[in-house]
Design a protein around this ligand. Structure first.
Ligand code: MG
Ligand code: ZN
Length: 222
């Protein structure tokens, strides 16, 4: 019974995800699970976020990739805590992999943890990893029908970032269609249009994060 096996796998995964979440909550680390298809701009968005928020809160990153540590190397210059997870044959992160990465991070020194999932619009949506929110990135160089083709990803996410807005006039991507399709599968979904080239929408993205991050006060009460 294939369905039963998958149920068991997901149940075991969810228990570890709850553990991860508890560890992160204990240290007040707000955590997002950043997902998209390959090439939608997740790593560039993380670089932008570090540029913009790095002075205001302590950010750590877990990079999930099937092979290579190129994305983690891109982030090394920021002097932040970065862990590379190489998933080998697995096309998604699961809670157990993230649990191992958490063991390598000094959680006491983090306010925000960004977990970049493997580029894939299918199974990353099925696996909780301990995040507070899933965030999906859809770039305008992909199709505006993606939310209908991969509904679980959009249903599970709290926020949709429509990326590469600077390129939209060169594509036949229809923003209204994309929004309607996304809201059809998830009426609660928040949507922000962004570009990491001209910084469009990034203030709104900053605000979305900062509203949810708890930064410990550095002025001790006397
Ligand atoms: Mg990447
Ligand atoms: Zn997978």
């Amino acid at each position: 019974m294939k369905i039963k096996v998958m149920d068991d796998i997901l149940r075991a995964n969810d228990a570890i995800a709850r553990d991860n979440r508890n560890r992160l909550d204990e240290h007040g680390v707000f955590t997002i699970n950043l997902m998209s298809s390959p090439g939608a701009g997740k790593t560039t968005l993380i670089e932008k976020t570090l540029d913009r928020l790095g002075m205001r809160c302590r950010v750590g990153v877990i990079e999930g990739d099937i092979e290579t540590s190129r994305d983690a190397e891109r982030l090394e210059g920021y002097g932040i805590q970065v862990i590379q997870l190489q998933t080998g044959s697995s096309c998604h992160l699961d809670a157990n992999m993230v649990s191992q990465a958490l063991g390598e991070l000094d959680l006491k020194k983090l306010d925000l943890l960004i977990i970049e999932n493997v580029g894939n619009l299918v199974c990353p949506a099925e696996f909780k990893i301990g995040e507070d929110h899933k965030v999906v990135v859809l770039s305008v160089t992909e199709g505006d029908e993606k939310p209908l083709k991969y509904p679980l990803m959009f249903r599970e996410s709290s926020l949709l970032l429509i990326n590469k807005m600077d390129l939209v006039e060169h594509t036949n991507f229809n923003i209204q269609e994309a929004r309607q399709n996304a809201l059809k599968v998830n009426p609660q979904l928040e949507i922000i249009e962004i570009s990491c080239t001209d910084d469009q929408g990034l203030e709104e993205w900053d605000r979305w994060l900062l509203n949810r991050i708890t930064v410990p006060s550095d002025t001790p009460t006397t």
